[in-house]
Design a binder for this molecule. Structure first.
Ligand code: SF4
Length: 121
């Protein structure tokens, strides 16, 4: 059973993205970066924001999640990085490097595929 943690841009998750629904729908449909779980047992165990700009709190946020779920025996086997983090963050390179260095599990750069192509077309 894969246990998936989706990590994203805290500001986007708080103020722009609606209910993290696109990642959830993509996971349920096994689309985008979640296609790798087609016909596999997998569940999402959480969505974690980066800790806000400029991303210095990201490792602390990961450690907080580990503590928060310790008694539940839940920890991620795979981390997916949402497009809100990898695609738009000016600190993305540093953030991704930190997350990969400290995760202790596989880190996949990608999540839902439903990025808008045109706004007014
Ligand atoms: S550091 Fe990047 S990912 Fe985190 S809130 Fe700021 S812009 Fe978003």
């Amino acid at each position: 059973m894969e246990k998936i943690l989706v990590m994203g841009c805290q500001r986007t998750m708080n103020s722009i993205c609606v209910a993290c629904s696109r990642c959830l729908v993509a996971f349920n449909r096994r689309e985008g970066a979640f296609a790798r779980y087609k016909d596999k047992e997998a569940e999402i165990i959480g969505f974690l924001g980066c800790g806000d700009c400029p991303g210095q709190g990201v490792v602390v946020r990961m450690a907080q999640l580990a503590q928060w779920n310790a008694k539940l025996g839940e920890k991620p086997t795979v981390i997916h990085l949402g497009p809100c983090l990898t695609g738009h963050c000016p600190y993305a390179d540093e953030l991704v490097t930190k997350i990969k260095a400290k995760a202790g599990c596989e880190v996949v750069e990608g999540a839902h595929p439903y990025l808008p192509e045109n706004v007014f077309a």
